[in-house]
Design a protein around this ligand. Sequence first.
Ligand SMILES: [Zn+2]
Length: 501
Amino acid sequence: MQSNPLLIRNVQCAVENGHPPRRIDVLIDRGTIVSVSEADSAVSALLPQIERRIDASDLIVMPGLVNAHVHSNEAFERGLYPSLPLERWLARSYPPLGGPDVPARWHYLRAMLVACDAIRSGTVALQDDFLNPGCDHAALDHVVEAWSDSGLRVSVATTLSDRAYLDGLPHARASCELSLARELDSRSSLPVAEQSAFFVEAHRRWNGSSSGRIAIMLGPRGPQRCSDSLLHDVARLSRDHGCAVHMHVLETRLQRAASLTQPGGGFIHRLAQSGLLSPSLTINHAVWVDQSDIQAIADSGAFVTHNPLSNQRLGSGTSPVRRLLAAGVRVALGSDGPATGDTACMSAVLRAASLLHRDPDSPASEWLGPHDAWQMATQAGAGSMGLEDGWGSLAPGAPADLVLLNARHRALVPHHDTVAQWALAGGADLVDSVIVRGSILMRCGRITAFNEDQLLDEAREAGERWQRQIWPLLEQSGARLDTLIEPLLDRVRREELPGTG
Ligand SMILES: [Zn+2]
């Protein structure tokens, strides 16, 4: 947190309906907005002489965006496998037959690539579901170091699962060739006690570090990969440590089929039974939920993240966001990992979410638009991260996590509606400056929190090595599972799945 006060002078407020913008002076101290006054007013004339100031007459001030779901570990995989469904893509990016280890420094570089996307698109906070099933301490340390250097507010998950790969896929064990099944089963998860101890240690070391910017959360894999006993353990750890739980649930049709066939009832029911369905839980995707799932999520106060780029790219389907919102569920926005969302640019996610939910069979009054998407990307995202009250407002006491947009950008000529023109016309191009808890991470389109050119040079070199040495092994390992997965996908495509329409 920057302890010197910062004054943003004569900055424009966002406009709607073409009204002329108000101009204000915003005074920030110790990471919080302490005063907001009309520019050039009597109050403004009384503002103290502040050394750190931005003369912002050509800028528009807005609350920063929250990316509620990303996987930094995928950042070398943008644009790969552009037309595979989730299960076949997963078999390559997260090989169930095991993948080669990578240097710990690569975890740092990949998180920093995501940080560049994030800052450049006006993001101030994000949740990194960092997949680390081997509980590698050095990997986690490097990711936390990256997020600390980025200047962003970040919650990082630790991974937990205990069900064998084949038991997570409906009908897979019965159809898998015996020697492949043996090979897959030999790659079992670490003992649950070890995974829990890893979380406890990570929480002790990193939660609240970097002056409170870093949080540690629990990241159990989807319910298809977790036993009821593990789900109970996660609920207990969450209660004991007062920390959030971040989990993929019902992302694909195949997962819906697993939810109907696995013992213990449907996934949402199992989450409720284990004590996990609560305001501490964020459910990622929720594409294949039925109306009773939606009601149970709404009643519990749990959050959902909507990841439109990734869902479309993987052909997973469209999350019923309108029905979730209508039931009262708080829906946040996420990019998902760069391997399936291809970017962590939240301006791109805003645009996708603004355009996707326009059913031709529904009246236009029920469509979702840029203002709905923006609300998801600010207040709902902040709620999912458990950030302070007042998030998303420009008022004394609100956190000073702000973006300044370039009011002179061509996409704002003429300037009718800042949110709509940011989401639909200008995108990340509009973002001039990013401020997190009073610290300036980007100014005049240049990242000031770290040396971006140097970072990109090192990441390029590492990424090219990854491409030469690691990628062919992942592809080879993943392709071996295609003959197992493709018939399963085909089978559930032909099955009637009740209730999700
Ligand atoms: Zn994800």
